[in-house]
Write a protein that binds this ligand. Structure first.
Ligand SMILES: [Zn+2]
Length: 325
């Protein structure tokens, strides 16, 4: 019988105040892997927090060996401010993090800023002894959910068992949490849900399945997730991701295509209605592949709703179509 407990990581912020980050632990009481599941390193990415809650409440009994350590609210100060990073102003671009992007702070710096101190404390209490990591994020709503993976061969085998259609191969960044695991020869996987600042039942269920599949795939549970009609798993990197850019300015009207759908070369993706001539330009798929991003999704749309506006400027990104590696 698995035992569920709650503990707290203490971070001293100043002489008078301290921050407590809550942690769930499921202990099977038997030896086995130690899986760390983290969510909301970015305070606007909370789909994984809800997925962790559901795993703890609905599937704790499925853990029959090892331990699951779960931190649903990693960047608690940013979550409480409803921002990606703490100390951000309204409309401040995501990339303008001024050292407070938590997923760039894992190289270890006890004396760094408040975000680095939180990361260090989480790592010391929960990360150091973990054998595996699943780090849950959420990107913009126009991006299909995906696994981000570094090119370690055994990781590819594991990643394709997680029930996710898209697997993005990326170089290792040592300052990310998954990168820190990979550089110390442990399995570190990042999962991106679709949609920030929100909880979506479908996305939370998908993230829950990723947690359950990971627990099963690394031998901690015998409860396999049955997914019906799953799409083929597509590994891709920058060389097989084809961007579709707006050739003209105007109002983008998309075809009713779904993320993940197969498209063929020259298939219409939508039209752009010119605001000056009222002429239309058909947007077509440049290659055969799968729709991984679809819709106007400018770089700062995670902090600014205007960046989702379907009036496009020339060269705005409208879609990404990936073909398999
Ligand atoms: Zn993130």
């Amino acid at each position: 019988m698995s035992n569920i407990s709650i503990s707290k990581i203490t971070i001293k912020r100043s002489f008078f105040r301290k921050l407590l980050i809550p942690v769930w632990t499921i202990d099977s009481g038997k030896p086995g892997p130690v899986l760390l599941v983290t969510a909301a390193q970015h305070g606007n990415e909370v789909q994984g927090s809800a997925a962790i809650y559901r795993f703890i409440n609905e599937h704790a009994e499925s853990v029959t060996s090892g331990k699951v350590i779960a931190v649903p609210f990693c960047n608690l100060p940013a979550i409480r401010k409803h921002r990606p990073h703490v100390k951000m102003r309204v409309g401040q671009e995501y990339g303008d993090d001024r050292g407070h992007n938590m997923n760039r702070t894992w190289s270890g710096d006890k004396k760094g800023n408040s975000t680095k101190r939180i990361a260090t404390a989480i790592y010391e209490e929960c990360g150091r002894t973990a054998t595996h990591l699943l780090d849950l994020h959420a990107w913009q709503k126009h991006n299909a959910p995906a696994i981000l993976l570094h090119g370690v061969p055994k990781h590819r085998e594991l990643a394709q068992k997680l029930g996710v259609q898209f697997i993005d191969m990326r170089p290792i960044s040592e300052d990310t949490l998954a990168g820190k695991f990979c550089t110390s020869m442990r399995m570190g996987i990042t999962y991106e849900s679709a949609g920030q600042y929100s909880l979506d039942e479908e996305q939370v269920s998908l993230a829950l399945n990723v947690i359950r599949n990971m627990v099963y795939a690394i031998g901690m549970s015998s409860e396999e997730v049955k997914t019906k009609g799953s799409a083929p798993v597509i590994f891709s990197d920058r060389s097989t991701a084809h961007e579709v850019l707006a050739p003209v300015a105007g109002l983008l009207m998309r075809e009713p295509l779904k993320l993940g759908e197969a498209v063929s070369k020259d298939q219409p993706l939508g039209i752009i209605l010119s605001d000056s001539s009222l002429e239309t330009t058909i947007i077509r798929a440049p290659v055969d592949g799968y729709l991984k991003l679809f819709g106007v999704s400018r770089p700062d749309c995670d902090v600014d709703m205007a960046s989702f506006h379907p009036f496009v400027n020339r060269q705005d990104r409208l879609a990404i179509i990936v073909s398999a590696l």
